[in-house]
Design a protein around this ligand. Structure first.
Ligand code: G1P
Length: 296
């Protein structure tokens, strides 16, 4: 059972430099994946897990994000007059999804710093953090499982996924031991973006967290880490080392479908995979790929 008091925080203040020049005037979270901006998938995932209050941490170019989740009365009016109810519904669905709030990060000092900006909005409740680079397939509910584990064990919960050891330097990495539940592990330690030889495992943090409010005090004290940024991973490592602070830190090991939109190649692959899955686009796109493949 999930609870409606859980809020979600979506950090969306990164510079998106891997996608320049597309992200020069637009946040990377607004890049379309098929026909929806990446952040809309994340908001829909939160809503699917029973969350109806979402705080987006924004940087520069905030307008596109705020506008996307707002009403557009002129457009609604035009579509209404044309009687185009299909498109009207598509326009309206984003403004009706959830109660969405925005706060600016100010100085971009890292993910930990972005999460700290949510303190006032979140208050003293458990909350979710969802990163837009990782899209989780709606058919494989991860977040609701993490919320259940967090509430039933009074724990901080991080989503983990096995990755190829050659990729672990791109992620936070967990040192773990098993629990009595197959998909739940106890996290003994965490390292942000270790080299393959330093990595304690091949379990990577994917961008979903269920955090307890004690994380804020820890983040206040967390010095800059990897890349000179305040790292959420470092604050979680502190919690994992002392269960007196906020109870255990657990991992939910995800084996479902995840689409990585973090770099250009993965973004292209994600768009194609998601389009292939759609009834309106999949069959024709699949035929075209089959025709193209022998020519490559
Ligand atoms: C962030 C976190 C990292 C995590 C990753 C998941 O890194 O710092 O621990 O594994 O998200 O996507 P980023 O990708 O923002 O560099």
């Amino acid at each position: 059972m999930t609870t409606p008091t859980i809020k979600a925080v979506i950090p969306a203040a990164g510079l998106g430099t891997r996608f320049l020049p597309a992200t020069k005037a637009m946040p990377k979270e607004m890049l379309p994946v098929v026909d929806k901006p990446a952040i809309q998938y994340v908001v829909e995932e939160a809503v699917g897990a029973g969350i109806d209050d979402i705080l987006v941490i924004i940087g520069r170019n905030k307008n596109a994000l705020a506008n996307h989740f707002d009403r557009v009365t002129e457009l609604e009016h035009t579509l209404e007059q044309k009687g185009d109810h299909g498109k009207l519904a598509r326009v309206n669905e984003t403004s009706a999804l959830a109660d969405i709030h925005f706060v600016r990060q100010g100085d971009p000092k890292g993910l930990g710093h972005a999460v700290l900006r949510a303190r006032r909005h979140v208050g003293k409740e458990t909350f979710a953090v969802m990163l837009g680079d990782d899209l989780i397939d709606a058919r494989d509910p991860l977040l609701s499982r993490m919320i259940d584990v967090s509430l039933s064990r009074s724990a901080t919960v991080v989503a983990l996924m096995e990755v190829d050891p050659s990729q672990i330097h791109l992620y936070g990495c967990a040192d773990i031991e098993p629990t009595d539940e197959a998909d739940v592990v106890t996290i003994k330690g965490l390292v942000e973006k270790p080299s393959a030889s330093e990595a304690p495992s091949n379990l990577a943090i994917i961008g979903r967290y269920v955090l307890k409010p004690e994380i804020f005090d820890v983040l206040e004290q967390t010095p800059p880490g990897k890349g000179g940024e305040i790292q959420l991973t470092d604050a979680l490592e502190e919690l994992a080392g002392d269960s007196e602070i906020a109870g255990p830190v657990l991992g939910v090991v995800f084996t479902g479908r995840r689409y990585d939109t973090g770099d250009r190649l993965d973004y292209l692959k994600s768009s194609i995979q998601l389009a292939l899955d759609r009834d309106d686009l999949g069959p024709q796109l699949g035929d075209w790929i089959k025709q193209l493949a022998p020519m490559l």
